[in-house]
Design a protein around this ligand. Structure first.
Ligand code: ADP
Length: 544
């Protein structure tokens, strides 16, 4: 039957057009790599994005071409997002924390035509330049007088480039199912895999994320996305903030407590977004200088589990609500969000904190289920563990130019996470499928153990892995970094855990270490820890 609704495409350029028309005065503030603070408006950003689109057209960038960035969160990176996708090309954000071989691999895999690079990230490319000859030119994100000497070939100054072009540019219209942005997941094994977002998936994700029950963005908001634009598009914030005309505060390369606090204070930031390690640093810094976050209302925490101590600290010291969220690169990334509900407002704080430890409920557009190894759906009782499967309009159905579809069978994405679901649909991530500890046929969550242990006042960071055991197949081993000057022993830690986890979950041993390995995105690299310690208990038994 004929329909009577207009079929207008959902395009990323539409977000920017909207901001230019309805929020031209909204500010974007950036800490530049040069160190100073830059301020301008969404209206000006829109004009400069058009200048850039004209420049890229002249450089020969065509519909569908990949154009890469190796850059921090700043206004220029924002302009690139909109110019490249807006003209029909694909923004490929590269994570500078990847290993050099991974960066070489993804640039060649994506066949990037041009690469935008921040001044302080140039050395990364200089070291790889002979292996990425597919790139036609390197556009340095700097003023003319700040252009450095570099061994890279075909270098262009960003400011010099765009000043030559007019801001008269008509964003082209095309099918909303056109590819728009590409982001590779770091992965712990094998080569990184590309997730390709479309215009439609990006705009739908933005629509969803602004709502009050999700991140709650509006033209009143002042937002600090500390999550980098090179990691799942800063959780989609550049798009969502443009939709609502929210003030954007971009931290550049300054992710330390002092730099973040300075921006939060001067720009009256009310919404923070980032991974737990960033907030640990900020909270420690605030304790040192005895300051509180007066303007902040909400802190969105994802990427790994938010510990109870952090939820409490934000609430009790800073009067800020921690919105625990879960997602992944393959999901654009938002999957579940634990925002404040009427019911939570009435709960005693301790009960509310327990609920906040869960990763929240699926946002509209995301469906979830948990299944066992035979793919049988598990009950929503808050206890049964299962592999977490998801589907929705901003969830990938395969990797970019990649044959392996094993994670995407039957129209669902297997997230690689193990979770419980309760009857209100709250998801609790129990572990990664490959990290869950299988002790005598029962499953132990390494994450729960880590969270319990890290609340010990003398421990800074904890890592729990399953290691080989002659009787139980696997048993938990806890590796912990002590606070400076702390005098804590193995027995103290076990005693501390005794009333927090089931007896059979207690680690068989605690090893104190000076550091723990992390992935490029700041997660514990458990594969490396397992390699080193997998026989720890076997060897201990042999010695005894
Ligand atoms: P990468 O590790 O490559 O950066 P992602 O950012 O896509 O990849 O990581 C997604 C994974 O991060 C999820 O599958 C989950 O294991 C973990 N994760 C994300 N948010 C949370 C959370 N709130 N609690 C626990 N784990 C989380």
């Amino acid at each position: 039957m004929a329909t009577n609704m207009m079929d207008r495409p959902l395009l990323i350029s539409g977000l920017l057009n909207h901001a230019q028309n309805s929020h031209p005065e909204t500010e974007i503030i950036s800490r530049r790599v040069e160190g100073d603070i830059h301020r301008y408006t969404m209206g000006e950003a829109g004009q400069r994005a058009k200048q850039l689109a004209n420049a890229l057209k002249d450089l020969g960038v065509e519909h569908g071409d990949r154009v890469a960035t190796l850059a921090w969160n700043t206004y220029r990176h924002y302009e690139i997002y909109f110019a490249v996708s807006g003209m029909g090309a694909i923004t490929h954000t590269i994570n500078p924390r990847l290993f050099p071989e991974q960066i070489i691999y993804i640039i060649n895999h994506a066949q990037d035509q041009y690469l935008f690079v921040d001044l302080n990230l140039l050395p990364i490319l200089e070291a790889l330049k002979d292996k990425i000859s597919v790139v036609k030119g390197f556009i340095v994100l700097a003023d003319k007088d700040k252009m450095p000497a570099t061994s890279l070939p075909n270098v262009i100054c960003y400011e010099e480039l765009i000043e030559q072009y007019s801001d008269d540019f008509q964003w082209p219209e095309f099918d909303e199912n056109t590819n728009a942005a590409l982001c590779y997941t770091s992965g712990t094994t094998g080569n990184p895999k590309g997730v390709m977002y479309t215009h439609r998936s990006t705009v739908l994700h933005a629509f969803s994320s602004i709502s009050n029950d999700v991140l709650g963005l509006s033209s009143e908001s002042s937002i600090l996305p500390v999550v980098p634009m090179f990691h799942v598009n800063a959780w989609g914030i550049p798009y969502a903030a443009t939709l609502t005309g929210s003030k954007l505060v971009m931290p550049g390369a300054g992710m330390d407590g002092e730099s973040l606090y300075e921006l939060i204070k001067s720009e009256e930031v009310d919404l923070l977004l980032g991974v737990p390690t960033v907030w640990l640093n900020l909270l420690n810094y605030l304790d040192e200088i005895n300051a509180t976050l007066d303007s902040v209302e909400n802190v969105v925490v994802g990427g790994s589990a938010a510990p109870l101590s952090m939820i409490k600290k934000f609430q009790e010291t800073h009067n800020a609500f921690l919105i625990h969220a879960w997602g992944m690169t393959e999901m654009s990334p938002i999957g579940t969000v634990n925002n404040l509900t009427r019911a939570m407002k009435k709960m005693p704080l301790d009960e509310r904190y327990q609920l906040q430890l869960k990763q929240g409920r699926p946002v509209f557009g995301v469906e979830v289920k948990i299944v066992d190894d035979a793919n049988n759906e598990q009950p929503k009782d808050g206890k049964s563990f299962g592999r977490l499967l998801v589907r929705g309009p901003w969830i990938a159905n395969g990797y970019y130019l990649h044959q392996d579809k094993s994670a995407f069978e039957g129209g669902w994405l297997d997230t690689g996470d193990v979770a419980t679901l309760d009857k209100q649909n709250y998801v609790q991530i129990v572990d990664r499928s490959k990290d869950v500890i299988k002790s005598g046929g029962e499953w132990i969550s390494s994450i729960d153990l880590e969270n319990a242990a890290v609340n010990h006042p003398d421990l800074v960071e904890c890592c729990v892995i399953g290691v080989r055991h002659p009787k139980w197949d696997e048993r938990p081993l806890l590796l912990a970094i002590k606070n400076k000057d702390a005098n804590v022993e193995e027995d103290d830690v076990i005693k501390f855990l005794e009333d927090k986890v089931a007896k059979w979950w207690l680690p068989d041993a605690v090893v104190f270490v000076d550091e723990l390995p992390h992935t490029a995105t700041g997660k514990l690299l458990k594969i490396a820890v397992r390699d080193k310690y997998q026989n720890y208990l076997m060897e201990a038994q042999a010695v005894n």
